[in-house]
Design a protein around this ligand. Sequence first.
Ligand code: NCD
Length: 304
Amino acid sequence: MTHDQKNILSVRDMSHEEIDVLLSVAAKFDQSEFTGHELDGKILAVLFFEPSTRTRMSFSSAMMRLGGQILNFGSVAASSVVKGETLSDTIRVTSGYADAIVLRHPKEGAARLASEIAAVPVINGGDGAGQHPSQTLQDLFTIRKSMQLENIDVGVQGDLRYGRTVHSLANALTKYDNIRLHTIAPEGLELPNYLRQDLTDAGMEVIAHESIEEIISALDVLYVTRLQRERFPDPAAFASFAATYRITSALLARAKPSMIILHPLPRVDEIDPAVDALPCAKYFQQAHYGVSVRMAMLHEVMRP
Ligand code: NCD
């Protein structure tokens, strides 16, 4: 880091208070309390080395809504990466073209490395199986719309080994009082041991379940994720996990009426589309909140 820049790399670096401030600013922006000129004249470089729909587009929309402009790196195939350019060189150069960088990269730690090189703030748009802070803030924002962020039972289901959204969310939830984390994963895709340790060291109760049926009736939030196909070292191993879990209306009949279902999206086949019409299905709403939350993040790192 070359000067006192405000990066957003991981929720682990953020205090409960810092998270709450960002969520409050996001709530204002969600109520259209902005002039559209907050980031006039600013440029955001959007560097995505992995596929993305929501994160890329919601960061872009957020920047434009605040009056700023976007400089898009485009696809890796159309960049100098194919000529052999290193991430460090790409970041060093791009940081002279923009006022902030949002980076998504398949390697864990890429955003932190970028922040050490860049002369402008760096926001982590997802680093491998590591962290995804903008998604986590959006998840917390969505939960807070329905309930208090304390003394609740949160179930996380799916690919807990490779899914960064769950890793990031779990870290954030340790900052709130009395959250119990219930994990439901196919065998072999459980939470990594280092993370489980990290969470329990932070005082969180983490309970592993064999099946969703045994815990569904106790949950306040059910967070479902897809298998992270691209992170499986072996396609045959991926095939053996495909379609091993699916949320259906029949299962949800046993849930508390107040329980909400979140999913960072994209959904593949983990949630039956018939569930979309139920009041507990909040995942599309969650995706919409992504713009206000990212407006708050961009405002935080680039405001004068
Ligand atoms: C997530 C991601 O990229 O980690 N997507 C997103 O940003 N909403 C989840 C996923 O790809 O499964």
